[in-house]
Design a protein around this ligand. Structure first.
Ligand code: HEM
Ligand code: SF4
Ligand code: SF4
Length: 530
């Protein structure tokens, strides 16, 4: 399973690199699937409302009204109908690609379970919204869908009398029943909206709007597709005949031929197994997250930076409880924390420059503390080849990008935003290396959602804690590269090393003193013993 996931991850990375060339990292559609799903929902909703103006909800008049708007008013209402259909189809495509990508990126296990599990009902609501829409056109395809669906529902035995009977002869289908179908096609999308809203509740700053350019491309493509290939309309439904399976929309109705040929029990069992297996995936081994972040009130002044930076809304601000002269303290919800370490990187107390006592900060990862990070940095620096000034590069790489994997002079972190900017200052000013490379995920999408954004803003000094102005920028390199770009990362580090080697010696060096080395060794010893 892990092998399949890694292969798929690399596959996505390769395709996304090609799309980066075409669209640029910000507009890359594969990195915008969640926002695109939301956007498509709104397109479907708006075109649906527009169509409703022209739609006649009576069973005998429904088909006529769809035919009229598709032919007489093809240039606005007809286009709206086609866009309504194609945007729904695209939503299915976007949804399953998004699901696969989140799975491939390992963003579904541990504390991330909530977004995954709440995504599962979304799948069903999307399908049900589409299927009930097909009924309304009341052409022969609608007749086929209505009969096949209701026959399947009847096998559950939960309705007083079989509902498929409504579709067996013209006398039995009443306007009232047809109005109920219209009602379902409005109510289910509203339930879908609610499910989509719940889906993003555990995410800080969820992206529900694609970048404007990508949104414009999507709208233009949908309109162009609708003009070139308008949504088909079959002949009017005739309950006196056996409906034919004609012009199936494979996105929504692809399983209907299976429903026809497989016993109903197997269909229901298959749907239940699919739903439960999918919803249970987050709890299947191996578990990926480490222990949740821990707060150390003695080192916390309630500044709220960690609250703002946590990508999973796992930290809440509380009134101070320890009598310290600050208004607030913070509390981590271990159920939500994915152990990305971003909060540790945002805490003003996270400074590796502390010389005495244990290196403690306001908020820390029990499995990978600030002290561990500093010890690893010092140990990696000791492994660097070359004399000081020759272009020695120390790389801090995120495990989800090209910076993963063991390599000399490379320290792996769960997210590059876990590295407090003062660590970069520390490495350079203490002469541990001539330059620092921060190697994060591919620019289009950070595994921890906001790690790239926060790192950029901290380094640009627009977000606290920022990289102090005294740190020479020519000695800092940031590389955003996916797992298939290890070659590019290596090349960029090599040419960075050459540039560093040509720089005049760094003047403000203040090498590590004996105390600092001893404290780092103690921490390193503790990490090794654990
Ligand atoms: C049309 C349906 C869907 C829409 C519109 C949608 C939308 C979104 C959005 C907007 C986000 C937040 C993205 C961000 O800001 O980083 C998100 C995250 C997520 N979605 Fe969906 N989603 C859909 C279906 C699904 C399905 C079916 C699944 C899987 C069963 C799923 C799994 C996830 C997961 C695991 C995340 C969280 C990623 C993380 O931890 O960063 N989604 N989705
Ligand atoms: S490690 Fe910190 S930033 Fe990351 S999810 Fe946990 S509390 Fe939030
Ligand atoms: S960033 Fe540090 S000091 Fe600020 S509230 Fe969080 S733990 Fe406390």
């Amino acid at each position: 399973m892990a092998g399949a996931r890694a292969t798929l991850r690399r596959g996505f990375d390769r395709v996304e690199r090609a799309l980066d060339l075409a669209f640029g990292p910000d507009w890359n559609p594969l990195a915008q699937l969640g926002p695109l799903g939301w956007f498509l929902f709104w397109i479907v909703a708006l075109t649906g409302v527009y169509l409703f103006i022209f739609f006649d909800t009576g069973v005998s008049a429904a088909y006529g009204s769809v035919k009229w708007l598709s032919t007489d008013h093809w240039w606005h209402a007809g286009v709206a109908r086609s866009v309504h259909r194609y945007a729904s189809d695209l939503m299915i495509l976007v949804m399953f690609t998004h699901l696969l990508r989140e799975w491939a990126m390992d963003r579904f296990r541990g504390a991330r379970w909530f977004s995954w599990v709440t995504g599962v009902p979304v799948i069903w609501f999307v399908y049900l919204s589409g299927i009930t829409g097909y009924w309304l056109v009341w052409d022969t395809l609608a007749q086929y869908v209505a009969l096949t669906t209701t026959e399947l529902l009847d096998t559950l035995g939960i309705f007083g009398e079989p509902i498929a009977r409504n579709f067996l002869s013209p006398q039995q289908l009443s306007d009232r029943f047809f109005t109920l179908m219209v009602f379902l096609h409005i109510a289910i999308p509203l339930m879908l909206l609610l499910a989509m809203w719940v889906h993003i509740q555990r995410i800080t700053e969820p992206r529900t709007r694609p970048p404007q350019g990508l949104a414009a491309i999507t709208v233009v493509a949908l309109i162009a597709g609708s003009l070139i290939l308008p949504a088909p309309l079959q002949g009017q439904a005739d309950l006196g005949t056996i409906p034919q399976r004609l012009g199936l929309d494979w996105f929504f109705l692809g399983l209907y031929p299976v429903i026809e040929s497989v016993p109903a029990g197997a269909i229901w069992a298959g749907a239940a197994v699919f739903t439960l297996t999918l919803a249970g995936l987050p709890w299947m081994p191996p578990r990926s997250d480490g222990a949740a972040a821990e707060v150390f009130l003695d080192h916390c002044n309630g500044c709220e930076r960690c609250v703002a930076d946590c990508p999973y809304s796992a930290i809440t601000l509380m009134p101070r409880s320890d009598g310290a002269p600050f208004r607030f303290e913070v509390k981590v919800d271990p159920v939500r924390c994915v152990a990305c370490g971003i909060c540790m990187g945002s805490c003003p107390s996270s400074t590796p420059f502390r010389r005495t006592g244990d290196l403690v900060t306001g908020i820390d990862l029990p499995d990978y503390t600030l002290a561990d990070l500093r010890a690893q940095v010092i140990a990696a620096a000791e492994d660097l080849d070359g004399a000081p000034g020759s272009g020695r590069v120390l790389t801090l790489g995120c495990g989800a990008g090209a910076g993963a994997g063991p390599a000399p002079a490379r320290v792996q972190v769960p997210c590059v935003a876990m590295v407090p900017p003062s660590m970069v200052d520390f490495i350079i000013s203490r002469g541990l290396a001539d330059g620092v490379c921060i190697a994060g995920c591919a620019e289009r999408d950070c595994r921890n959602r906001l790690g790239i954004k926060w790192t950029r803003e901290r380094f640009a000094r627009t977000r606290d804690p920022n990289l102090r102005a005294r740190v020479p920028r020519e000695r800092v390199l940031t590389v955003w590269a996916g797992p298939t770009e290890t070659g590019r990362l290596a090349r960029e580090v090599r040419s960075f090393a050459e540039r560093l080697g040509a720089l005049p010696p760094y003047e403000k060096l203040r090498p590590l003193d004996a105390d600092e080395r001893a404290s780092a060794r103690r921490a390193a010893g503790r990490t090794a013993a654990e």
